[in-house]
Design a protein around this ligand. Structure first.
Ligand SMILES: [Cu+2]
Length: 478
């Protein structure tokens, strides 16, 4: 398989379980309906991932690899997925971006049962809506950087509607990753992640000057399973149109990527078609976000597609794209416009949306813990769990106001629903449906939510450490 750039066809076929490799089944968990084979099987087990020649990452993967296989499901057609846990810790799989019941969504907080060590569990659900979704571990990690989304437990999940026009010559899946995370007392460079620019409407008059606690960082990166320069390049021909599904599968950081003299024509964000598809020089994605974009291959040469941040790109966050009959050293050309703005993809006309019935303010704050400790995160003055502050009435429309009063950008994710962006740092927009959005540092994002998926619904920052140390909320339906 071509490193990191195999067409979907060759990914999607490794779904059949290999019976010899299944761990012993716990009889208490075996149910009669499990006797029939599942549509998909995911085996969670330790792997050694060779991201560069002789450079092995010891992590946990799906079906022996990371990313796991691309799962292709048909919208509206019920599926069964067997998850077999070959690790010594309880696990579960979250289906990110799908409208599925809380019992199978894959969040312990919503009541999805864990898959015990050595055990198995069958998930049954009806995949919807169509689009680029993904699946990943939703286990808490806390201080253990070998658990949850720090591991290689993730993969693309494509929900297909059958109406995909297929107007492209190649389809690529590109998951951005960091490896071997470690604790640091240095703050990330906010400019590098695109969060330190623009207005700061939620910046407090008096800043909290208490010393910061530990953050998680990394110095080793890949796209899919290969660091920049390792494995085969993406091979293209002049005149081709290449569709890219990009996912930030990091547990720790927002990322911005560029492609040396080429533009990304953004057609969907988080799997949902955007009203104004258009070309841009960079893509910025917070952990959990996806972007579908096509690229016209019209600059013959050998180029790097990768992080606009030199440190992370040089440490692996990139891939070489080689045109046919071009043989030279791969070149990186910095993008002309490195700024990312969700609102440019919104509808051009003024929105004709239903007025919200209620507004829910959500104030994000950090309690700096000081050297050697973990910062604590709060929503509306309290870390998780809250009491009954977040209750939705089915059928009502809510305006959520995300007020980020911290010095860090947060990719916040709402399970089991989509929301529509209304305003980003004072810029109005409409028609952009998302399940995850970056709220810039000291920034404000407003989003409308239709409460139409009854059941417990988790909301959290997709940076694993922030989630584990308080940055989450459980919405209930009345
Ligand atoms: Cu966060």
């Amino acid at each position: 398989m071509v490193a990191g750039v195999a067409p979907a066809r060759s990914f999607g076929q490794s779904q059949a379980p290999t019976p010899m490799q299944m761990p012993p089944q716990n009889p208490a968990l075996a149910r009669p309906e499990d006797a029939t084979p599942a549509d998909f099987t995911i085996r969670i087990a330790p792997i050694a991932l060779e991201i560069a020649p002789s450079r092995f990452i010891s992590t946990i993967g799906y079906n022996g690899t990371s990313p796991g296989p691309v799962l292709r499901m048909r919208e509206g057609k019920p599926v069964t997925v067997d998850v077999i846990n070959g690790t010594d810790a309880a696990e579960l799989v979250h289906w990110h971006g799908l409208f599925v019941p809380s019992e199978v969504d894959g969040a312990d907080e919503e009541g999805t049962p864990m898959v015990p060590p050595g055990g198995r569990r069958r998930y049954q659900f009806t995949p919807k809506p169509a689009g680029t979704r993904w699946y990943h571990s939703h286990a808490m990690a806390g201080a253990d950087l070998h658990r949850g989304t720090y591991t290689g437990q993730f993969g693309f999940l494509m929900v297909e509607s059958g109406s995909d026009p297929g107007r492209y010559d190649q389809e690529l899946f590109l998951a951005l990753r960091d490896w071997e995370p470690f604790f640091t007392d240095q703050m990330e460079n906010e400019a590098a992640e695109g969060g330190g620019l623009g207005p700061q409407p939620e910046r407090p008059a008096t800043l909290d000057t208490r010393p910061n606690g530990l953050e998680v960082t990394s110095q080793l990166f890949s796209i899919n399973d290969k660091a920049l320069g390792a494995g085969d390049p993406i091979r293209v021909r002049a005149g081709q149109r290449v569709l890219m599904h990009v996912l930030n599968a990091s547990a720790i950081e927002n990322r911005t990527i560029g492609f040396s003299g080429h533009q990304f024509h953004v057609i969907a964000m988080d799997g949902n078609a955007v009203p104004s598809a258009k070309p841009v020089d960079v893509l910025m994605l917070g952990p959990g976000e996806r972007i579908d974009a096509y690229v016209e291959m019209n600059q013959p040469g050998v180029w790097i597609l990768g992080s606009t941040d030199d440190m992370s790109r040089n440490a692996g966050l990139g891939v070489i794209v080689e045109y046919e009959n071009q043989h030279r050293e791969a070149q990186w050309v910095a993008p002309a416009n490195p700024l990312w703005d969700y609102t440019v993809f919104g509808a051009a006309a003024a929105p004709a949306r239903r007025a919200p019935d209620h507004t829910i303010d959500m104030i994000f704050e950090k309690i700096p813990s000081g050297a050697g400790q973990f910062n604590l995160w709060q929503v509306n003055g309290k870390p998780y769990p809250h009491e009954r502050e977040f209750v939705l009435q089915e059928g009502a429309r809510y305006r959520l106001v995300f007020r980020n009063r911290t010095d860090d950008s947060h990719p916040v994710h709402l399970h089991r629903h989509l929301f529509e962006l209304v305003d980003v740092n004072g810029k109005p927009t409409s028609g952009l449906m998302k399940d995850t959005v970056i709220v810039p540092l000291y920034g404000r994002v407003t989003a409308d939510l239709m409460a139409d998926q009854p059941g417990l619904t988790l909301f959290h920052c997709h940076i694993q450490q922030h989630m584990d140390y308080g940055f989450k909320v459980l919405f209930r339906y009345a």
